[in-house]
Design a protein around this ligand. Structure first.
Ligand code: DX5
Ligand code: ZN
Length: 232
């Protein structure tokens, strides 16, 4: 199974965004994680559709858009048109989770579903048939640079098992509090997409390379160990 790194530009230097995106791509990151926050679902405000549109124009990475906004169905079409490849919504923020995931597919994107640390992990089980990605938050959403909740690892393990029972591939992404110290633990629990904000952007190229090395090493360790989920 291929492990994927998704640098989160929430921690990037906005004045040097283009250059920093090139640096993480050059160093081997495949996804670019874009955190959209509305000041309601989470306390912070970040950026919206036009930022995705602008990044899309000069970046061919997979754009992994994490919507931390209420009633995300209202913006699915706009983010899809702006060039998102993956649109992830929060289960807690949706009026109708199935409809929202179907809408993401209708607009030609891969559909992600995320849960906050306090939401029972079993709550996503009923939506796996429609999900291309499940995002487990390792911290309360809203801010970069927080400390990983160790209980998240068990949640990753549980979901990897559930994903293994599905007939289609599903990425299992972990977001928040990832460091060089806990990276192997989350990979071994079954996460295959790793979001990293503050760690990577303290030195984008160097730290992408360091994390990518660990991702590659763990791929070799785990060859054949995980049944189900993404194998490409
Ligand atoms: C937090 C965001 C994360 C954030 C992660 O709500 O969803 O993507 O950028 O930052 P770190 O890796 O610093 O915890
Ligand atoms: Zn995120």
């Amino acid at each position: 199974m291929k492990n994927i790194l998704a640098p989160s530009i929430l921690s990037a230097d906005i004045m040097r965004l283009g250059e920093q995106i090139e640096a993480v791509q050059k160093a081997g990151a495949d996804y670019l994680h874009i955190d959209v926050m509305d000041g309601v679902f989470v306390p912070s405000l970040s950026y919206g559709v036009c930022v995705v549109e602008s990044i899309r124009k000069s970046c061919d990475m997979v754009l992994d858009v994490h919507l931390m906004i209420v009633e995300p169905h209202r913006y699915v079409e706009a983010f899809a048109k702006a060039g998102a490849d993956i649109i992830t919504v929060h289960l807690e923020a949706c009026d109708d989770v199935r409809e929202t995931l179907e809408m993401i597919h209708f607009h030609g994107c891969r559909a992600g579903l995320s849960i906050k640390p306090q939401t029972p992990v079993e709550d996503v089980s009923g939506f796996l048939d429609l999900a291309d990605l499940i995002l487990i938050m390792g911290v309360e959403p809203g801010f970069a640079g927080q400390t990983y909740f160790p209980e998240s690892t068990q949640r990753i393990r549980y979901l990897r098992e559930q994903i293994g029972k599905q007939s289609h591939p599903i990425d299992l992404e972990v977001d928040g509090g990832i460091t060089e110290e806990n990276l192997r633990e989350v990979l071994r629990a079954g996460a295959n997409v790793i979001v990293s904000g503050s760690v990577i952007f303290s030195d984008p190229e160097k730290n992408t390379r360091r994390l990518m090395e660990i991702l590659r090493e763990e791929e070799k360790e785990n060859t054949g160990a995980i049944i189900g989920g993404r194998t490409d």
